[in-house]
Design a protein. Structure first.
Length: 390
């Protein structure tokens, strides 16, 4: 058993916990509690496939929370089958005081949770009493809806009231950090997120899961339930084409500022950052061919076409100097030349060809940021080339 360094509280030395204390009721109850909770979390889909973990501090009124012992689940085991004896007991600084005995094949040798460094960081920075690491699919998928976003935002949802320091009208902001190959490599990113978002009680890990902490195991558990509910609601709203980040949760396309605007697509590094420092959100819908549908032509001409034109224009303005956009423009030019030559050489008397509003090679002259319209009446369509510098 590793020795526990003595610590001082108000000038009084606190000695190492005795073997009797390690085997006492408070530690035993915490071991039992973790095994019970993990069975519940497994049924919720939070710790399946040996993933996820939990840690709880041993509550003792005579010991300040920062100096209380820590009970932590092991790594790489079926969380729903754990028993109290499978748990690790650690000192406040992370030294292992008690570990489980090895089990026969096919069980692997015991190993403390890979989340240990992150759990200790949450204890240190947030003075929490318990930390949960969930692999719930909701916490994974919600980070994929906006791959460039550095935070998840939601407001005007009843379950926000279950998050510490938040009410129904508040905006809940959860930072998102990028995943790494190994769990311990997330420690620095987690610490930076906690520092940048002092109000948060959770950090999402993209394509991975979430870390959630609370003052006690009850507070951590109930907040975890609320977070997963809100993530699930956001995913369902997204599937319905509704914006979860706005108070009215209206249609995404109807949000002021264009598709995908609003807090759900916020790309800022820190909560409350100016929009000037954000990244333009990704588009969340694509306008495709409407032939054969029952869509009213007024909707097509008044909504779809203007939407496509405006967004293509903004995209070209934002990306015009990039190699990819230049390649696309050159390809479009070559296609226009090809079809123009085919029509001219066909020998057929197309009315639309006679009415084509270009003169000679003027279509291919370079005029900075001009907009050429080629109207072909016999084909009943209009090709609008926007910002191509023809």
């Amino acid at each position: 058993m590793a020795a526990v360094p003595a610590v001082a509280v108000n000038g009084v030395k606190l000695g190492m916990p005795s073997q009797a204390y390690l085997e006492g009721k408070a530690v035993k109850d915490t071991r039992v509690l973790i095994s019970d909770l993990c069975r519940q979390f497994y049924n919720l889909g939070w710790v399946s496939g040996t993933g996820g973990s939990i840690t709880i501090k041993v509550h003792d009124d005579s010991i300040p929370k920062p100096h209380q012992l820590i009970v932590m689940s092991p790594s790489g085991v079926q969380k729903e089958r754990m028993v109290p004896e499978d748990m690790y007991v650690l000192s406040p600084d992370g030294s292992i005081l008690s570990q489980p005995s090895p089990k026969p094949y096919p069980h692997k040798p015991p190993k403390c949770s890979d989340c240990g460094p992150l759990f200790l960081k949450a204890y240190e920075m947030c003075n929490s009493g318990a930390v949960i690491h969930s692999h719930g699919v909701e916490s994974c998928l919600v980070t994929m809806l906006h791959p460039l976003s550095k935070e998840f935002r939601i407001t005007h949802m009843e379950m926000i009231k279950g998050i510490k320091g938040h009410g129904y009208y508040d905006e809940l902001v959860v930072p998102i950090i990028e995943n790494t190959a190994y769990e311990y490599e997330l420690t620095e990113s987690l610490a930076k997120a906690i520092e940048a978002y002092p109000k948060t009680t959770a950090v999402l890990v993209r394509n991975h899961g979430i870390y959630i902490w609370g003052d006690s195991w009850i507070n951590a558990k109930t907040q975890a339930e609320c977070y997963h509910y809100l993530f699930d609601a956001a995913i369902k709203l997204h599937q319905l084409g509704l914006d979860w980040s706005t108070p009215n949760h209206g249609p995404i396309w109807n949000v002021k500022g264009g598709l995908g605007s609003g807090a759900s697509a916020n790309m800022s590094v820190k909560a409350g950052a100016s929009a000037d420092h954000g990244i333009e959100p990704l588009r969340r819908c694509i306008v495709l061919d409407i032939e054969g549908t029952t869509t009213p032509i007024s909707f097509v001409t008044e909504v779809l076409f203007p939407y496509a034109r405006d967004n293509v224009g903004r995209h070209l303005s934002a990306t015009y100097e990039t190699a990819e956009t230049q390649d696309d423009i050159n390809l479009l030019r070559s296609q226009v030349r090809f079809f123009f030559d085919v029509w001219c050489q066909s020998g057929q008397n197309f009315t639309g060809l006679r009415d084509l509003k270009i003169s000679g090679d003027s279509c291919f002259c370079h005029h900075p940021r001009s907009c050429q319209k080629m109207v072909m009446s016999s084909f009943n369509f209009e090709i609008t080339l926007v910002y191509l510098q023809w």
